[in-house]
Design a protein around this ligand. Structure first.
Ligand code: FMN
Length: 460
């Protein structure tokens, strides 16, 4: 199954193409600090190729919902450090979704301050969740040009803090009608300065932010989420094709990790002039790695990877009740259904109490290329790993971590599991830069139906 094969999203090596989509769970404290429950929640889901955290506010001004986390204070950084350490210790990778809600907020959850937005245009026909119940949206206050620039700075600081907290990268939440999206669409942006008017001007905020995030993170570690054909939160652009084609073209100039694209919901059908197949329309415009999202199951996700243009698929709701979603997809096991009543609030219940299937441990290393000759001693490990890692990676492989189980499925080696417990990793004891060795790996790597390839007995 292609879903279970490793790949690289920019510079981020992932062990499979099953991404955990960002999901607000509203379990932070009133100061936006996540707790040990959140550490457990993400660690339980570390077998995902990549975890994208719940949307996380970059500043106090960014907050729009109660109990959502932040990444602007030292306390936030320390709390998130515990999350990233736990996910990494469990063999996973994790990026932080950076958030500013803009006009999708309410003064009641903002200490009495009116929400801010590109223009003073309120959301019609929807209500907002507040501690005292659903409330009509207020008319937001339009940001001054100086405040727009300060908001770009806030995103940069959020990116720096996420780096300090040990994440593998960041994703800009530029979807679902939040602040970056509000700048993009002309139903929410009537500015007359450099951030409004033409398509070029409306894209400026997102591109300014993305350039700063890349400046902080370097190549291949910044992603962006877009939902070009989602009308939710009043995102009704007069020409989404022109707006998002321009944006994606500009994004191509940046060394990004990925584009995370939301496929059309039935919403799009209300707008006959909009592209109806979001992924087929916008996906091929992006020249990097593409993650797609929206109502996929195992089979439709696999089909999306096989037919393209997607390189990975993200799953939201299925990860809530199935912490071992990867294992369930690998084995074809049934999925548990989550309790919607505890999606957005509560403590442990509906958060960390969904069990993994009993046979999901220890984690099988399916989808890895394993090059194994012998277990090297810890002193030699660093040397071998440094040489072997890039060679293995160039064939889509990954050096196994301690605790992985490698089920050998090919070659002369008897079919038996290797339990990798010493020292930290296993690498081939061989001459990794010899052409013969590389050919041997390439030969086996070509037989892509195998999960694991063993290369043995090739002495330096
Ligand atoms: C409880 C919940 C919270 C969500 N919070 C976020 C969020 O913080 N950021 C975001 O970009 N999308 C958020 N989403 C949307 C999901 O990332 C995803 O796009 C959506 O669930 C559709 O994917 P699915 O069909 O696999 O569930 C949330 C979805 C759910 C169910």
């Amino acid at each position: 199954m292609k879903l279970l094969t490793p790949t690289k999203l920019g510079s981020i090596q992932v062990s499979n193409r099953i991404v955990m989509a960002p999901m607000t769970r509203s379990r932070a404290d009133v100061a936006g600090v996540v707790s040990e429950l959140t550490v457990r929640y993400y660690a339980q889901r570390a077998s995902a190729g990549l975890i994208i955290t719940e949307a996380t506010n970059v500043s106090p001004e960014a907050v729009g919902y109660p109990m959502t986390p932040g990444i602007w204070s030292a306390e936030h950084v320390d709390a998130w450090k515990r999350v990233t350490s736990a996910v990494h210790a469990a063999g996973g990778t994790i990026v932080m979704q950076l958030w500013h809600t803009g006009r999708v907020g309410h003064s009641e959850v903002r200490g009495g301050r009116t929400p801010v937005a590109p223009s003073a245009i309120g959301i019609q026909g929807q209500q907002h969740f507040t501690p005292s119940g659903l409330k009509d949206y207020e008319v937001p206050r339009a940001l001054t040009t100086e405040e727009v620039r300060a908001t770009v700075d806030d995103f940069e600081q959020g990116a720096k803090n996420a780096k300090a907290a040990g994440f593998d990268g960041v994703e800009l939440h530029s979807a679902f009608g939040y602040l970056p999206h509000q700048f993009l669409v002309d139903s929410a942006n009537e500015r007359t300065d450099a951030y409004g008017g033409s398509v070029e001007n409306r894209a400026r905020f997102v591109l300014d932010v993305m350039a700063r995030l890349v400046r902080v993170w370097g190549d291949g570690r910044v992603g962006i989420r877009l939902s070009p054909t989602l009308a939710y939160n009043g995102m009704v652009d007069s020409d989404p094709l022109a707006t998002f084609a321009h944006l994606i073209e500009q994004l191509n100039a940046l060394p990004l990790a990925y584009l995370h694209l939301m496929r059309a919901t039935p919403d799009a059908a209300r707008f006959p002039t909009w592209p109806q197949d979001t992924i087929a329309t916008f996906g091929p415009m992006f020249r990097g790695q593409l993650i797609v999202n929206g109502g996929f199951d195992r089979d439709s996700a696999e089909a999306a990877l096989v037919t393209g243009p997607a390189h990975a698929v993200s799953f939201g709701a299925p990860f809530i009740a199935n912490p071992d979603l990867v294992h369930r997809f690998a084995t074809g096991a049934a999925l548990a259904q989550g309790d919607r009543g505890s999606f957005y609030h509560g403590g442990e219940k509906g958060y960390v109490d969904y069990p993994a299937l009993p046979d999901s441990e220890p984690k099988a290393a399916r989808g890895y290329w394993l090059v194994l000759a012998t277990v090297v001693d810890p002193v030699q490990f660093g040397k071998y790993a440094a040489v072997a890692g890039p060679v293995i990676a160039s064939y889509g492989g990954r050096v196994l971590a301690r605790g992985d189980v490698a089920q050998v499925v090919e070659g002369q080696v008897p079919r038996r599991p290797y339990f990798i417990e010493f020292p930290s990793y296993v690498v081939a004891r061989a001459c990794f830069d010899s052409a013969a060795y590389q050919d041997a790996i390439a030969l086996r790597a070509g037989a892509a139906q195998f999960d694991i390839v063993v290369v043995e007995g090739m002495a330096p």
